[in-house]
Unconditional design. Structure first.
Lengths: 198, 378
């Protein structure tokens, strides 16, 4: 199992209601369903992936999270997951607000644009960085709003969004992020994983 | 009509109070089954047919001698695998293939009902079909499914009997018939009524038949089942067995010839009054009416798992209307999945060979069967 998925799974309390926003082909949903015995739903924009999910018997609706989250009532989920998708939205701020409206807690993971390899790539080569977590060229990437762990940390603080947990992931190793090590983790981590609530 | 053919029929003796106020009893409900009911009786699927469908879902229809209307989806090894599931389908009441309808004889007058037959609603159709569960001694269906008017019956079934089906698959349908759809149905009805052979619905007693009116109704409706792109691709401006225009009102274009053919074969298998009654039932369908426009309330107590399916080129029951069902179900935390299938075949997509649709349906049904049985065991 991907380390990211393992951490997400650890965050989730059994017998709860969970929504996976941008659930892809349903891999994470299936892991969580099997390990956490939760009532899990998904929303996915790609037709191919939605059909794969539904084919697995998963409760997934084909839709655009930027428009279709509005149909879910306030606090209708215990956890809402957004795995490496935030940067692909037109309006990430609004999406975060929606996640915190429909979920009592939200789990947000993001590829860290502050990772040293990303910085080095831009510094040395002078072209848009391509890494394991950012595999696309500038002209075909779905990522519209890249951010760093530091950016997201500040984003939450500025809006009084509570950071219940903030983890930095590098080479399958995880470390807690706090105000003191923020700059270092912003350099050393490939992925940031946050458990947030209003 | 066709009483002598191999049509299975259940006589329902329990009185059924119709929405129009009348009560009917001792009436026939014609049905067909495919596959076999297992010992646990947990593999039954009730399929609902659309406007001009019937109980002959799969295999060769003994009346028309053509493939059943959902042969692409239902059969051995198909999306709805009859080696695994017990598929039941019945002819709706007011239909014309063995169920109680306007072509039946009224025992009181000894005449064919015609338009003296009571107005039937989707709710009435579903309530009549519910008797099939008792007949087969099925406590809970595995699934209810259907497209178009069949999908409306799925919604009505779950609303009426929230705990009688584990999964529900309404396809290419709506929870409330739109003005545009009522308009198209009215066009069809007026076409039938304008035929002098309709004689106020009494044609069967007078050995007449409003073939022309019914055929035009079918032609108009058939256009709404297809898409502009689909039509353009298949027919374009191609001419029918001729090199040039004839400067006449013959069927110069292939599309004209095709529609005329559709109209003419339809009148051989369908009763004009049934067409009036069933289109009326569709027009009256509004699941939100009882609940002041709040569709969620129609499903409030259900535990049924839903899969809603729409098609990109379906402009008769467009994705937006199918999504309203999804939204209403999500608003109450019901278990609902949704996909919109890419297809240029219009509303008819659900009846045709659309692999993405059939594969998704197949996998969803099979996996849900495994999952819902796991849950029962726990």
């Amino acid at each position: 199992m991907k380390q990211e998925f393992k951490i997400i799974s650890d965050f989730i309390i059994p017998n709860t209601r969970v929504l996976d926003v941008g659930c892809g082909d349903g891999t994470l949903m299936q892991i969580l369903q099997n390990t956490r015995k939760i009532d899990i739903r998904g929303i996915e924009i790609s037709k191919e992936n939605s059909q794969k999910c539904v084919g697995k018997g998963l409760t997934v609706i084909e839709g655009d999270a930027e428009k279709d989250l509005s149909q879910f009532p306030d606090s209708s989920f215990d956890f809402v997951i957004l795995s490496q998708t935030l940067q692909a939205f037109l309006n990430p701020e609004k999406v975060i607000q929606e996640l915190l409206r429909i979920g009592k807690k939200a789990i947000v993971t993001l590829p860290n644009f502050g990772f040293w390899k990303v910085r080095l790539h831009l510094l040395a080569k002078g072209t848009m960085p391509i890494t394991k977590n950012l595999p696309d060229e500038w002209y075909n990437t779905p990522n519209l709003h890249m951010c760093t762990i530091k950016d997201f940390y500040k984003f939450c603080n500025d809006r009084d969004i509570k950071l219940d947990k903030a983890l930095a992931l590098h080479n399958e190793k995880t470390a807690s992020i706090n105000q003191n090590n923020l700059s270092i983790k912003n350099l050393s981590a490939e992925l940031g994983i946050f458990l947030i609530e209003k | 009509m066709n009483k002598d053919l191999n049509i299975k029929s259940l006589i329902i003796d329990r009185p059924l109070k119709l929405d129009c106020g009348q009560t009917i009893n001792n009436f026939p409900l014609a049905y067909e089954t495919y596959g076999s009911l297992n010992k646990k009786k947990d593999n039954a699927i009730l399929v609902f047919h659309a406007l001009t469908g019937d109980q002959f879902v799969s295999g060769i229809n003994p009346v028309t001698k053509k493939e059943g209307w959902w042969s692409y989806a239902v059969g051995a090894g198909k999306a709805i695998d009859t080696d695994k599931y017990f598929v039941i389908c019945s002819n709706v009441i007011s239909g014309c293939l063995g169920s109680f309808g306007p072509s039946n004889i009224n025992a009181k007058t000894n005449k064919i009902y015609g338009t003296t037959f009571p107005i039937i609603t989707i709710n009435d159709m579903v309530n009549a079909q519910y008797n099939l569960l008792d007949f087969f001694k099925i406590e809970k269906l595995f699934a209810v499914m259907g497209g178009s008017m069949g999908g409306m019956q799925v919604l009505q079934f779950v609303s009426n009997f929230p705990n009688k089906a584990k999964i529900a698959v309404p396809i290419a349908c709506t929870s409330s018939h739109s003005a545009q759809n009522i308009a198209f149905n009215e066009l069809g009805r007026q076409s039938i009524m304008a035929d002098t052979n309709w004689v106020n619905g009494d044609y069967a007693n007078q050995n007449k038949n409003p073939d022309k009116g019914l055929s035009v109704a079918r032609m108009a409706a058939h256009i709404t089942y297809l898409s502009k792109n689909g039509l353009q691709e298949k027919f374009g401006r191609k001419l029918q067995e001729r090199d040039d225009l004839r400067f006449s009102f013959d069927a110069d274009f292939q599309i004209e010839s095709y529609l005329r053919h559709q109209g003419s074969v339809f009148v051989d298998r369908f009763d004009a009054n049934s067409y009036l009654y069933i289109t009326r039932a569709m027009d009256y369908f509004d699941l939100t009416k009882k609940y002041d426009g709040n569709l969620s309330k129609a499903f409030e107590s259900t535990k049924t798992k839903f899969l809603v399916i729409s098609f990109t080129s379906d402009w008769l029951y467009p994705t937006s209307e199918n999504k309203e069902i999804v939204i209403a179900l999500n608003a109450i935390g019901a278990d609902v999945a949704f996909v919109e299938i890419e297809s240029d075949k219009g509303h008819d997509s659900f009846l045709l060979d659309v692999p993405q649709f059939l594969n998704t349906l197949k996998n969803y049904v099979n996996n849900s069967y495994l999952k819902t049985n796991d849950e029962t065991r726990v």
